[in-house]
Write a protein that binds this ligand. Structure first.
Ligand code: PRX
Length: 650
């Protein structure tokens, strides 16, 4: 087998100045294929591409590095085995600071991935099969992901905060054959019964044949003979420990990751190998200005896209040391993040605005207690960062010395799209600033007309493909076409509103569709409504987002209940039960912050709920609700306004 060696001049591909950025950006627009081919040349391929790009946004498809063959783990692992086998690839920090950390060198990680690849193979997992991972933030989660990639199986990580019902929906949609889980999950003071949740989910997942269970907390679990196997025992029983990487096509799927949209059913966003590989490494190195010797920590969970691209793939492709944290920001105290920064001398730190605001609320003393002088770059992701949080992060965490990269991107984009390059792009609080090379953003007005020039505001679209863009929604390509390319012909529509200021800088204004962003987690309002409606006493509900000091957006639910049910039980009892129902159907992350029981909803004569009105009421701004004359029953608005007072007097 011939393996092409990476281009020796790859260091010159790095952007080191604003001039470099401008030149790279221009080239990426003028000669996109040449631009990406030069970058792709710095990777290991079993076979090079015949053509860099083939695409059509009208009838959506985009293919990158057509005909090329590789395995992403060859680039994440084997490659570094030659040059830096003893370098630490992963540092794992446990939930409890008294438990020892784990450090895995590139060699150890390689060995563990190969070993577990063999376990998967032994259990019948083949190229193209779907494997679901529902696990705590432990090294085995990253190992499991990489083992799937090594043998060509498609991983689908489901965030371990989702409920059994949400998990089974995702398993069934992907028709997964194997699930990787654990006995429990330490989160702060809690020990979550992971295996029990998976077992409940599997009652309605006929496609699953095997469950491989990691022992983490020692919680007692039931093992179903023939279906359930202990992770450690499977490793002990192995006879073969090395595992050659399956040769994959650049356009073979790498993973599915479910995310919320404006309908009730989450969609399985599919990313393919070649383009995702090239883009995540390129964006990681350039946005964070990664240098050899940096210790990088992204506080996200691998259950979300941020963890996929910037805990696992991007950093490992770059040969970096990536920190994985099992715990939560406030356990055992609100200084936990800063203690970890001090402990490992973190230089690149990447977190979410909601965490920044939550820690800011705990007071500056927690930050001051720790030596944060190792920090060089701070990152923000997942939601718009407000000015106050930006300033606090910059001054108290970064000591006015670390550039903040406010990185805008999405599950669907696979990698960071609009962001400063650390220390290179002049930053402006709350602005994601400029697009990365290869990213061509446009702002469209309501009619789909491109807004030219600066000082404009519109719907953010992208008009040219980039390597890590979504390829399809699993099992339903039409949904992908309609959701992202149906709104504006010829453009990828992001769902975000955006301003381009007089300097040409981009500022993300938030979602313009029925998606809300709660603590950086995407929720479809329809998804939450569907869950609420499962409660037997609920007749109908409408969910909207409202500004929330810590979470960015909170969930406000207006719920119509059966009159008899209301008469029989107290409102408080009903609210409690509705919260339980949502936790059961989606997970605690989707629990509404406010539930207002109403007798009607503001509907047009055609039966459409006027969410604009509900949003205003939820915000506590009822002075100008706009035109309500088209409503079927305008009086209902007064009643809702009256009822909402309960939430706005405090
Ligand atoms: O609304 C934008 C917001 O998060 C959405 C994407 O969510 P998700 O797919 O879960 O991915 C989150 C992590 C990449 C976007 O449509 N968003 C993400 N980053 C930012 C942001 N909004 C403003 N500024 C950001 N930096």
């Amino acid at each position: 087998m011939r393996v092409s060696s990476p281009n020796k001049h790859h260091k010159t591909m790095r952007i080191r100045s604003l001039e470099d950025y401008t030149a790279a950006y221009r080239k990426s627009v003028d000669e996109p294929e040449r631009f990406w081919a030069d970058i792709a040349d710095t990777f290991i391929w079993n076979q090079k591409w015949d053509k860099v790009l083939d695409w059509n946004f009208e009838d959506y498809y985009a293919k990158w590095f057509i005909g090329a063959k590789t395995n992403i783990t060859t680039n994440c692992l084997d490659r570094h085995l030659l040059s830096q086998p003893e370098k630490t690839a992963i540092i794992w920090e446990p939930n409890d600071p008294n438990e020892p950390e784990i450090r895995l060198s590139y060699r150890q990680l390689y060995e563990k991935v190969c070993a577990f690849s063999n376990v998967l193979k032994k259990h019948g997992v083949k190229k193209g099969d779907r494997v679901v991972l529902y696990m705590p933030m432990v090294p085995e989660l990253a190992i499991g992901v990489l083992a799937c990639a090594r043998i060509g199986a498609i991983h689908s990580v489901v965030f371990a905060g989702f409920s059994a019902s949400a998990l089974s929906d995702r398993i069934n949609d992907a028709q997964a054959t194997v699930v990787l889980s654990s006995d429990g999950n330490f989160r702060g003071t809690k020990d979550i019964a992971v295996k029990a949740i998976v077992d409940e989910a599997l009652q309605s997942c006929p496609s699953i044949q095997k469950q491989i269970v990691l022992k983490r907390t020692g919680a007692k679990v039931e093992m179903q003979q023939g279906r359930d196997f202990w992770w450690h025992q499977e490793l002990e029983n192995l006879t073969q420990t090395d595992c050659e990487a399956e040769i994959m096509d650049s356009e073979d799927p790498l993973f599915i990751l479910y995310t919320s949209g404006s309908t009730g059913k989450p969609k399985g966003v599919v990313h393919h190998i070649g383009g995702y590989m090239v883009y995540t490494k390129y964006s990681f190195e350039n946005v964070f200005q990664y240098n050899e010797g940096d210790i990088y920590w992204c506080t996200a969970d691998i259950g979300w896209i941020t963890g996929h691209s910037y805990i696992v793939y991007g950093p490992l492709l770059a040969g970096a040391t990536t920190v994985m944290f099992e715990g939560v920001p406030t356990f055992p105290d609100a200084g936990r993040f800063w203690q970890v920064v001090e402990k490992y001398k973190i230089s690149l730190f990447y977190t979410a605005p909601t965490a920044i605001r939550a820690l800011q609320a705990q007071g500056d003393a927690w930050v001051k207690k720790h030596d944060l002088s190792s920090l060089r770059v701070l990152g923000s992701v997942g939601e718009p960062i407000n000015e106050e949080a930006w300033q606090w992060y910059y001054q108290n965490v970064g000591k006015n010395n670390c550039p903040i990269v406010d990185t805008w991107w999405q599950t669907e984009t696979g990698g960071i799209m609009i962001s400063p390059l650390a220390g290179i792009t002049p930053t402006k609080p709350t602005y994601a600033t400029l697009p990365l090379p290869g990213v061509q953003p446009v702002l469209l007005d309501g009619e789909g007309k491109e807004l030219k020039g600066n000082g404009v505001e519109g719907n953010l679209c992208i008009k040219f493909p980039w390597p890590s863009m979504i390829r399809t929604t699993y099992g339903d390509h039409e949904r992908c076409q309609q959701t992202y390319f149906g709104m504006y012909k010829g453009y990828y529509f992001t769902g975000d509103g955006c301003r381009r200021d007089p300097d040409g800088y981009y500022r993300i204004l938030g979602r313009v569709d029925d998606v809300i962003n709660v603590s950086g987690h995407r929720m479809g309002t329809a998804e939450v409504e569907d869950a609420i409606n499962q409660h037997p006493a609920v007749v109908e509900s409408a969910v909207v987002g409202y500004p929330h000091e810590i979470k960015g957006q909170g969930i406000y639910a207006f719920v119509i209940c059966d009159g008899e049910a209301v008469a029989q039980s107290s409102i408080e009892q009903l609210r409690k039960e509705i919260l339980q129902t949502v936790t059961q159907h989606i997970g605690a992350i989707a629990k509404p912050d406010k539930i207002q029981i109403v007798t009607g909803l503001p509907k047009t004569r055609s039966g459409k709920i006027m969410r604009r009105i509900l949003r205003k009421i939820a915000e506590g701004d009822t002075s100008n609700l706009g035109d309500t004359t088209t409503l079927l029953d305008p009086a209902v608005v007064d009643e809702i306004k009256e009822g909402a007072k309960e939430f706005h007097t405090a």
